[in-house]
Design a protein around this ligand. Sequence first.
Ligand code: BTN
Length: 234
Amino acid sequence: MSRLLHLDTVDSTNTYLKMHRADLPHGTVVYADCQTAGRGRYDRTWVSQMGGLYFSVLLKPPYNPFLASLTQLMALSICRALETYGLSPTIKWPNDVQVNAQKISGILSEAVFDKSVFQAVVLGVGININQNDVSHVGQPATSLKMLGVQTTRETVLENVLQFFWQDYPALCEKGFETIHAAYIKRFAALGTEITVKDGEKTIFGLAEGVSPRGTLLMRTAQGQQEIYIGDVLS
Ligand code: BTN
C-alpha cells in the first residue's frame, strides 16, 4: 500500500510531502534519518536527532468528516506495533503515545487546501527508537532502546503502517466508532482527574470517556463537557 521514500536529512517530512503532494500518489510515505526543522503540535519544535523514526504519510481520500480521527487511528497503530515488543503503551488523548507514562511518540496531522478545496492530509509521526537521551522533550519521555528493546526504525515503520492500512478503509467510511473499543482500551486517563489546555482555555475535571466521535468526555464543575481539541496536561 505504501510507496516508501527515504531521505538522509530534510527540514520536516511533513513539509516535504506538503510541497510535493501534487507529484506523489496517495499512500506515499517519506521517512528521514534526521530533520532540521521538525515540527510538533501547537507550533512546537520536534527535536529530530539520529536514532529516532521520523515519517509522514500522504493521504488523498475524498473529503469526509472522519479525517480528524486519522491521528487517533495512527496512535492506535503505533500502540499495536509497540505491543508486539511486549510493551503496554497507552494513549494520552488525543494522540500522544506513552509507555510507563513517558512520551514515546507524537503525531502531527496537517490538512492541505488549495483555494479552499481539500487536497490531502499529511500525517507526521515521530517515534523515539534508538536514542539514549530524550531529555530535550520537556516532559517525561522514553525510547524503545531505553526500554530495553533492540530494533530498527524500518521494522517499526513497517509494523505501524501495516496496522494503519488495515483499519484505514473502515475508518474513512464509518469514522472513529470503528476503532472506539480498541482506542478506549489504551486510553490511560480514563476515570482520573486531568487538566486539558486549548490555547488560553484550561479545563479541569474527570476523564469520563471518549465518545464514538473521538472527542474527550469530561465531568467538570459545570457538568459533562465534550472536548474537541486540546492537550492533556496531567
Ligand atoms: C507532537 O507530539 O507535538 C507531534 C510531533 C510530530 C513529529 C513528527 S516527526 C515527522 C513529522 N515531521 C514533522 O515535522 N513533524 C512530524
